[in-house]
Design a protein around this ligand. Structure first.
Ligand SMILES: C[S@@+](CC[C@H](N)C(=O)[O-])C[C@H]1O[C@@H](n2cnc3c(N)ncnc32)[C@H](O)[C@@H]1O
Length: 358
């Protein structure tokens, strides 16, 4: 689909007037409630995972009357209630042509290392330059979350991302992809009775059947096997014949000269937790495909859990506008510093640097 097709087919509209290129120190729900309806082209985010880290910040009062920080709820069902209440608000602010990308990880029942009772590992594991209150080395042998009765046995995966996706679909989001983000440099696990976790989900949701999507912007080169007509023949004939070449045909099938659809398994290394003094920063490469394919040039990208500012940095570099919310003031300040060092590849109309909204 060309960009002109995108405009016609999706009924894509310009955003209403609002302050852009800013990181606000606020919780996601409050920030989203302040945004005009149908004002955002693309949302990309990674909320705090359930029972993984205490990011500090002020505990919130949720629509269900409970108080606490997102991710530290004693049961994953409560966490999911809170998370979907945030994405209900996201549904309101996303344009009908918009895309929503959510990265979410899982955990094993009984392997928690943080919790409201614990308050993070600021003392023992704090690193110079890091914001206190988050747990750098989760100890899987320690269980300090309140031991609520869970509907899964001990040591079982909690399936939080799958439960989240089902709830989102039940609330009228369309799930278009379950992208596997495979991390080739995944951390070695201490466990001896299962395999280490080496991938996470990146979900792509939309509001409408027709939405902005520029596949041509993210196509990858074709790598076909010269002379091979079937994968089986390639396999039989051994690796010497399996020389990958850029080609325009495989057997008699015509291939798109602009390149191949990248598929839904993306191999992207993490860059380690110390690079930006944030324990869970996205690798910038993970955001390039979502922004190039899911947000029109000059469109607005929102990350309501902005952390160290990676979404804004990549949006800005790729000629998109951004808005970010971050509950922890020190992370928000870190994000603003990173963004101030990033220049767009193409100057944007009305761009005046980074708004220092606090
Ligand atoms: C998984 S991290 C996101 C990291 C980010 N993708 C990056 O590249 O740095 C989640 C972030 O959400 C923030 N956070 C936690 N609860 C929040 C809330 N209710 N509203 C907004 N931000 C919140 C945490 O402080 C943390 O920085």
């Amino acid at each position: 689909m060309s960009m002109n097709d995108n405009e016609e087919i999706t009924g894509h509209r310009a955003s209403p007037a609002m302050e852009l290129d800013r990181i606000e120190t606020t919780d996601a729900l409050t920030g989203l409630r302040r945004l005009p309806a149908e004002s955002i082209d693309c949302m990309i985010t990674s909320p705090p995972y359930w029972a993984q880290r205490n990011y500090g910040g002020t505990p919130l009062t949720w629509p269900d009357g409970r108080t606490g920080s997102l991710g530290l709820e004693p049961e994953f069902d409560q966490y999911l209630d809170h998370l979907v209440s945030i994405f209900d608000e996201a549904h309101r602010v996303l344009k009908p042509s918009g895309t929503l990308w959510v990265n979410l990880g899982d955990c094993y029942a009984g392997s928690w290392s943080i919790g409201p009772a614990h308050g993070g590992h600021a003392g023992r594991h704090a690193q110079p330059g890091m914001v206190p209150g988050w747990n750098h080395h989760a100890n899987p042998r320690r269980s300090v979350m309140p031991l609520a009765k869970l509907p899964v046995p001990n040591k079982c995966l909690c399936l939080v991302p799958e439960r989240f996706a089902l709830r989102m679909v039940a609330r009228s989001w369309t799930l278009r992809n379950r992208i596997v983000w495979h991390k080739p440099n995944f951390l070695p696990a201490r466990v001896k009775d299962r395999f280490a976790c080496s991938w996470e989900y990146l979900f792509l949701f939309t509001k409408s059947e027709r939405y902005w999507f520029d596949l041509d912007a993210v196509r990858v080169p074709h790598a076909s096997i010269r002379g091979a007509t079937t994968p089986w023949r390639t396999f039989r004939e051994g690796p010497r014949r399996a020389r990958a070449v850029a080609d325009t045909t495989v057997g008699r099938r015509e291939l798109n000269p602009k390149g191949k659809n990248p598929g839904d398994c993306w191999v992207i290394p993490t860059h380690g937790s110390r690079r930006y003094a944030h324990p869970a920063a996205f690798p910038e490469a993970l955001l390039e495909r979502p922004i190039k394919s899911g947000c029109p040039p000059g469109g607005v990208v929102l990350d309501p859990f902005m952390g160290s500012g990676t979404t804004a940095v990549v949006a800005r570099r790729l000629g998109r506008r951004f808005i970010g919310f971050e509950a922890n003031a020190e992370f928000a300040a870190l994000a603003r510093r990173r963004i101030a060092e990033t220049r767009p590849v193409q100057p944007l109309e009305g761009d005046r640097g980074v708004a220092a909204a606090a």
